[in-house]
Design a protein around this ligand. Sequence first.
Ligand code: ATP
Length: 357
Amino acid sequence: MKSLNLLTENVIVFLPIRLLRSITIDLILMTHKIENIAVLTSGGDAPGMNAAIRAVVRACSYYEVNCYGVYKGYEGLIDNEIEQLNARSVRNIINKGGTFLKSARSKEFRTEEGRKKAYENLIKNQIDALIVIGGDGSFTGALKLSEEFNFPVIGIPGTIDNDINGTDYTIGYDTALNTVVEAIDKIRDTASSHNRLFLIEVMGRDAGDIALNAGIGAGAEEILIPEENMGVDRLIDSLKKSKHTGKTSSIIVVAEGDKSGKNIFELGEYVEEHLEDYEVRVSVLGHIQRGGPPSCYDRVLASKLGVGAVEALLDGKDKIMVGIVHKKVTIVPLTDSLEKRKQKHDQLIKVADITSV
Ligand code: ATP
C-alpha cells in the first residue's frame, strides 16, 4: 500500500498515466498470487454499499484480476449464488441506495457447518480472497471463516451506525445523518405550528452518533443517547426550564438504545404526564434512515475504501479492515475493528447543551 501511495502521490505528475498504470500493476502482481476476488454485502444495508461494490469491481478490472459478486451476503455464499462481474456490471449504481448484490442476515453462517459450506463454495469457484462490506457482525463472521479455513478476508465498514472501531466514518452514516436532519426539519414545522413536543426516535442501538450529530444539526432541545443516561427527571426539569424561557415547541431526539429504561412511547406518556402545557407526539423514523441515494461524501468514501480493499489484498494483507482515519485510507486488524470504540462525545454533548438553551 505504501509503495502504491508513493507512486500515485509523487510520481503521477511526471509519468504518463498508461506507463504509471502498467508499472503499478507489475509491482503489485509481483507480490501477489490473488487472481479471483469475491465481494459481498452483509447485515443491514447502507447507502453507499453500491458505490463500494462498484469500486471493488473496477479496481479488480484495473489491476487485471477477476471479480465475483456474491448475492445475499453469507446466505448466498452458502447457497453458491456467485456470479462473475466486470466493470460494466456496475454501471449506473454509484447513485443508488441499498445494494444490488442484496444483503441478508444468515443464521446458518453462525454455525461451523454453515461456514464450511461457504468455504467449499469459495474453493469451488476458485476464489482466492473475500471482501465483506458490512458491520461488526459481518466482520465477526468473516474473521471466523478466515481463521477456520485460513482464507484471506478484508472488511469494508458499511453501516449507518458509525459504530466500528478503527475508522472515523462508516459508509452510509453521512447519508443517514442528512436524511434524519431533513426529516426533523419537516417535523419541526408541525411542532411549531401546534406548540407540540416531538420525541423522535432515530437509529443507534449502541452508538449515539446519529442522534447527537443530527440532533445538533436539526436544533433539537434534548438528545438522548446510549452512551449517557441523563435520567428522565433531569429531562423533565430541562424541558420545564425551556418552557419558562419562552419555548413553545420542542424536539427531543432519542437514539434507539437510549438508557432511560423506557421505550419511546412510554417516554412520551411520561413526558406528557409531567409537562401539562405540551401536547406530546412520538415519531419513529425507522427504515427511511437506511434508504435514499448516497451523499457525495459516502460515494467518495465508498470509492476510496473499495479501491483500498483490493489494493490491500493484492499487497498480501489479510484479516484487516480498510477504514478512514484523518481523511487517509488506513488498515487495521479485523480484531481491532471489533473492539469497543473509544468514542468520546463530551465536546458534542457540550455543544448540544449550549446551543439548546
Ligand atoms: P449492522 O451494523 O447493519 O447490523 P452487521 O454486519 O453488524 O450490520 P449482523 O446482522 O450483526 O449485521 O451480522 C450480519 C451477518 O454476519 C449475520 O447474519 C451472520 O450471518 C454473520 N455473523 C454475525 N455475527 C456472527 C458470529 N458471531 N459468528 C458468525 N457469523 C456471524
